[in-house]
Design a protein around this ligand. Structure first.
Ligand code: SF4
Length: 353
């Protein structure tokens, strides 16, 4: 098991629930826009949110962002130890910085001392594209051994400065390389692992790559926090992260849809109902499995894992089933009937947990 690290009010590693994170893509210096995105991500279920901190103005924005954020924030910093110090002074909960890139042992010690004083853990993030030349030469390319040795090399610099509140990541856009690198890191150290397939692409292919990479690791018990990296709006990253955790029964939150693939027996517009249910019940945080099945022949049986569901019942009618109750024949706007039923089960606002 990995060691436990505290990030503000959150616990990471040590067998605690896997945390979902994402990253803003607004200009960090634009506090209202960044705060709006942080809040939207938190609302969607992000446990912590990372923001880029690339100049002094960003470090000043950090204070307002921290004050207005409902979740702990992570500062993403490259090369500049002064930005790291300022972000910590201004209340950031976690840093992402690679100590080997900040200009020597004195600066590493300054960052480590400041992190200790402010209780700020540090994530070391190695990417296959940024592995040191010597390691690439030693191993003949960006192979798992090179990524892990790079990450552990950065970690050693912090350890030598007496600081071990460390999280590691070693990402690649190549799924196999990512998975093998994390497996190796898991075998070699007990630092919590931030898992993700980097630069995975657009939501379609990127979600598949992320689900395979992150999912394979989580199935092996590897990974303490996950980030799905998709091009564009970060909100779909959070949804995908949660979908991965829900698919593996690692965490539950909101509506998990069970919908049949449809076939010749399908008696109701399954896809349209399912899409509407997912869209209109997106605000619900209470864990609930909702089924939309095309027919009663197999529908009720196939959907019996659900808490509530609807199956096509012939001539456009439906059958509503609620766990442990007799199925009820229903007619009319089936999506509306199902949505009302779910809301009545979880309460009007859907926000109660
Ligand atoms: Fe076909 Fe019925 Fe199965 Fe849907 S639930 S795929 S309609 S048999």
């Amino acid at each position: 098991m990995t060691r436990e690290i505290q990030i503000g009010k959150l616990k990471l590693g040590g067998g605690n629930p896997v945390l979902v994170q994402s990253m803003t893509n607004t200009d960090t210096r634009d506090v209202p826009a960044t705060l709006a995105q942080i809040r939207a991500l938190a609302e969607a279920g992000c446990d912590l949110v990372r923001v880029s901190v690339y100049d002094e103005e960003c470090t000043r924005a950090v204070r307002a962002l921290v004050d207005g954020s409902p979740v702990p924030l992570v500062a993403d910093i490259h090369f500049d130890y002064k930005l790291a110090l300022a972000a910590m002074e201004n209340g950031i909960a976690k840093l992402r910085i690679n100590p080997g890139n900040i200009g020597g042992a004195v600066r590493v010690r300054m960052v480590a001392d400041c992190a200790r004083a402010h209780h700020v853990p540090i994530r070391i993030g190695v990417n296959s594209g940024s592995v040191e030349k010597e390691l690439l030469a030693k191993y003949g390319g960006p192979v798992p051994e090179a990524l892990v040795e790079s990450a552990l090399g950065h970690a050693r610099l912090l350890e030598q400065a007496g600081y071990e509140e460390i999280v590691l990541s070693m990402k690649s856009s190549d799924v196999r390389l990512t998975v093998e690198s994390y497996r190796l890191a898991h075998a070699r150290c007990d630092y919590p692992l931030h898992v993700g397939v980097t630069e995975a692409g657009l939501p379609g292919q990127g979600t598949v790559k992320s689900a395979i990479g992150i999912g394979s690791l989580l199935l092996d018990g590897i990974g303490d926090t996950i980030r799905v990296s998709l091009s564009g709006d970060p909100l779909p990253e959070t949804k995908a992260g949660w979908d991965i955790l829900r698919a593996l029964n690692l965490r539950t939150r909101g509506v998990q849809l069970i919908a049949c693939p449809t076939c010749g027996r399908t008696g109701i517009p399954v896809a349209a109902i399912a899409e509407r249910v997912e869209r209109e019940l997106g605000d619900i945080t209470v864990p609930m499995k909702v089924a939309v099945m095309g027919c009663v022949v197999n529908g009720i049986g196939e959907g019996k894992e659900a808490d509530v569901g609807i199956a096509g019942g012939g001539n456009g009618a439906g059958v509503l089933f609620v766990k442990g109750q007799e199925p009820e024949k229903v007619q009319g706007d089936l999506a509306e009937i199902l949505i009302r039923k779910v809301r009545s089960l979880v309460g009007q606002t859907g926000k109660r947990e």
